[in-house]
Design a protein around this ligand. Structure first.
Ligand code: HAM
Length: 431
């Protein structure tokens, strides 16, 4: 007989694991409400072209893609932003702006399975369409920040940068978009040696090499001073200077929105996805060298998918990594589900109909009352109830029934008493 396992990189979520994910999802939905994001769902399967258009080489090569029986090239989504941009370009083009859409969904990437890196993982998302104002960027940062706080994180930081600075430096060298993207991919992976090797191969000016070297040193929490230094280094680059002003405005608005979290400015920071046009960011907690979430501004994606030009900014907190960090830091509440369960047990077979009716009545009143369904002895049924964290057992016996009573056993307090059936619901509610 073959013992089947999950496919490598895939995971089963048993009740305890799923409860953790649901806890995170609940907090995400609280933030959707607080910040005005309407939740949407899009298909797991998308056209390969849509997903790969601006995915960047890294993700493009790690997609689960195949031809369906109709000969269409399709892919399991590695992220959700292109799907949301597709929806905005097609179905929501006439909707009033700004438009805020949220999602919680699974994604697939053929990554190397390791801690915090899975082939199926869950992302939450906040996507805001219809504003190019820095306050929109700040609001996305604030929503992400609020999520982290509501989850219980107090110690985390937001790494922030701006791709327009890099694009401006590269465009001045008349570099093709493909070469710019390759450079940014190396930067995303923090492979500086490869960045400078490629810059040499592309025969960029000495000035460009120097600017890049200097940009790589501009990183730290002292963002005001670093922005000042950046302005000196980039003094003749108009686009880059506007980007620096934007970053300053975004951080300022984020502070006004109550984001007290540390900002780690990094002007040599890039992200692998190719659709970003402005501010980019990632969220980190100390002791975990993987981003818990990331995002940024992408002003041209809707247009690329055939819609009106609509500026956009968003982010995707990674649910699995957040759960991992909560676990590591002991931040999950002790009891993730606190439904008080009641097990109704008939002592003899002929009392079963009464026990079934009793449980059914309790359920109608909203009590999680379950029946003992194996016909085993009272002792085994009680020990099961104990192991499964039942709060009460209702024991239906003939002696008590004659007085229209049952025994209510409090499994936590380890006490029991006789209770009239008519009072059962109130007794359970009161304890
Ligand atoms: P991303 O940085 O590729 O951005 O992914 C966002 C988050 O998803 C990561 O920070 C991480 O927490 C989680 N994640 C990514 N890959 C894996 C994996 N293999 N295993 C576990 N977790 C993973 C995006 O996907 C963009 N769509 C974010 C965005 C939204 N930008 C604008 N709007």
């Amino acid at each position: 007989m073959t013992m089947y396992r999950t496919v490598r990189g895939m995971r089963d979520f048993l009740p305890a694991d799923l409860a953790k994910r649901r806890f995170v999802e609940e907090k995400v939905r609280e933030c959707f409400n607080l910040y005005g994001y309407d939740e949407v769902e899009t298909p797991i399967l998308e056209s390969f072209d849509l997903i790969s258009a601006k995915a960047g080489d890294e993700i493009r090569h790690r997609m689960y893609s195949f031809k369906d029986l109709g000969g269409r090239m399709v892919a399991l989504r590695p992220e959700i932003t292109p799907s949301i941009a597709r929806v905005v370009a097609n179905k929501l083009r006439t909707e009033v702006k700004p438009l805020k859409l949220g999602y919680i969904a699974n994604c697939f990437r053929y990554d190397n399975p390791q801690m915090g890196r899975y082939r199926e993982f869950w992302q939450a998302g906040f996507e805001l369409f219809g504003s190019s104002h820095p306050v929109a960027d700040a609001e996305v940062l604030a929503a992400n920040n609020a999520l982290m706080r509501r989850l219980g994180f107090t110690d985390f930081s937001i790494k922030i940068g701006h791709v327009a600075i890099l694009r401006d430096v590269f465009t001045e060298e008349s570099m093709t978009e493909a070469d710019q993207n390759r450079l940014m991919e190396f930067m995303d992976k923090r492979e500086q040696t490869k960045v400078f090797r490629l810059l040499s191969n592309l025969q960029v000016s000495d000035g460009c090499q120097t600017t890049m070297k200097e940009l790589f040193t501009l990183r730290g929490t002292d963002w005001k001073r670093l922005l000042g230094k950046g302005r000196r280094i980039l003094q003749h680059k108009e686009g880059a200077l506007v980007a620096l002003d934007h970053l300053e405005a975004i951080i300022g608005f984020a502070r006004s929105l109550g984001v007290e979290t540390e900002f780690f400015l990094d002007l040599g920071f890039a992200r692998g996805l190719e659709y970003y046009t402005g501010m980019i960011f990632e969220v980190y907690v100390p002791g975990l060298d993987i981003a818990l979430g990331g995002g940024g501004r992408y002003d041209r994606l809707v247009e690329l998918f055939g819609g009106e030009p609509i500026p956009a900014v968003g982010c995707a907190p990674g649910i699995d990594r957040i759960a991992l960090a909560l676990e590591k830091k002991g931040l999950f509440p002790e009891q993730l589900t606190h439904v008080e369960k009641v097990l109704v047990i008939a002592i003899q077979e002929d009392l079963l109909p009464t026990a079934l009716e009793l449980a059914s009545d309790l359920r109608k009143q909203g009590v999680a009352a379950h029946n003992e369904v194996t016909g085993r002895s009272l002792g085994s049924a009680l020990s099961y109830a104990d192991k499964k964290n039942y709060r009460y057992a209702v024991i239906v016996g003939s002696a008590e029934l004659e007085k229209e009573c049952v025994i209510l056993r409090d499994l936590k307090a380890e006490t029991q008493r006789e209770v009239p059936i008519t009072h059962l619901f109130t007794e359970i509610g009161q304890s």
